[in-house]
Design a protein around this ligand. Structure first.
Ligand code: APR
Length: 306
């Protein structure tokens, strides 16, 4: 199994590290526009493999022909946000980068499943799909896994319980309008509302919506990368293992949840071809309204691309 990661910056190299450390693939290729960066980081990761007891081979390169025959291509190339910026502020710069990379993927890895990570996520995923012309099943945006793991972290913290006891589902766009689902968020199988009052749940949801910004504020020079890297690895693992795992991913909707021609985070069953099917959950009226708002926010930005 071969995975290529385009963009050897903070997010790309963190993802590469998790994939290699956990031996999720057999072969990893790290690609970047900057000379030396992918080569140096790949070599550094390779040298850790005896300690990881992993036989994964990783290579760094500036040459897109090396992504040939990849099962999965992850795109993390692009600029991250700085304090005070929203993900949408990255639209112009990153859309040019995505356009050029889409051409390279189409040429060099036409049968791969593409995971887009570059922000603004739902718009860059849409652009990737349009520019590659791939089947919608083959282009997935990584956001919901990250937002859900953040939500689980904050719940575990507040309840002082283990993270493994908590299941969470965050849908919608990867922005301030994301929709953490109360009814589908459980602690030891029971709804979160059995353990926390409305005010506390609202505070956790609010912190999740601002989870990325909270880290940007601390770092000042860039955005989160360890949890995004682990979230990317989780999606790759689900694709390669084909164990029918259901993960929230941003995908092109064609009528599901009542939306069309828009990328939005929804629960997806993944397999080796990418999206296997979309799970339509029962949403409360409030959640559906929030999802409508989230869809409207994504749509507004897609219109800026045209
Ligand atoms: N081709 C390949 N690599 C590129 C290109 C390109 N056309 N343009 C930029 N890059 C590379 C840069 O050289 C850099 O190594 O993308 C990398 C980005 O790394 P960082 O600046 O560290 O950014 P990072 O924190 O990894 O975030 C990347 O992921 O989560 C999102 O919002 C985040 O959009 C941002 C992206």
């Amino acid at each position: 199994m071969k995975v290529s990661i385009i963009g050897a910056g903070n997010v790309g190299s963190s993802a590469a590290w998790v994939v290699c450390d956990k031996a999720i693939a057999d072969e990893v290729v790290l690609v970047d526009i900057t000379e030396g960066i992918p080569q140096g980081k790949a070599l550094d990761i390779q040298e850790a493999m005896p300690l990881s007891r992993s036989n994964v081979k990783i290579k760094g390169t500036n040459n897109y022909s090396e992504i040939k025959d990849s099962d999965v291509v992850v795109v993390t190339a692009g600029v991250p946000r700085k304090p005070g910026m929203s993900r949408d502020d990255l639209l112009e710069t990153n859309s040019n980068i995505i356009r050029s990379i889409a051409g390279e993927i189409k040429k060099n890895a036409p049968y791969s499943v593409v995971i887009v990570v570059t922000n603004p996520l739902d718009i860059m995923s849409y652009l990737m799909l349009k520019e590659t012309g791939f089947d919608r099943k083959k282009v997935l945006g990584m956001a919901g896994v990250l937002d859900s793991t953040r939500f689980r972290t904050f719940i575990a913290d507040m309840l002082e319980t283990g993270v493994n006891d908590i299941e969470a589902m965050v849908l919608g766009g990867h922005g301030d309008s994301m929709v953490p689902l109360r009814k589908h968020t459980t602690v030891k199988g029971k709804p979160i509302t059995d353990f926390l009052d409305d005010k506390d749940v609202e505070a956790l949801i609010d912190r999740t919506r601002n989870g990325g910004a909270e880290i940007v504020k601390h770092l000042k020079t860039g955005s989160a990368f360890y949890a995004p890297g682990a979230s990317i690895a989780e999606m790759i693992d689900a694709i390669l293992k084909q164990d029918d795992r259901i993960l929230p991913c941003s995908v092109m909707l064609q009528g599901e949840y009542g939306y069309k021609d828009i990328f939005l985070g929804v629960p997806c069953r993944l397999d080796s071809k990418g999206l296997k099917d979309i799970i339509e959950l029962d949403l409360s009226d409030e959640e559906k309204n929030q999802l409508d708002d989230s869809a409207a926010a994504v749509k507004k930005n897609v219109d800026k691309l045209r």
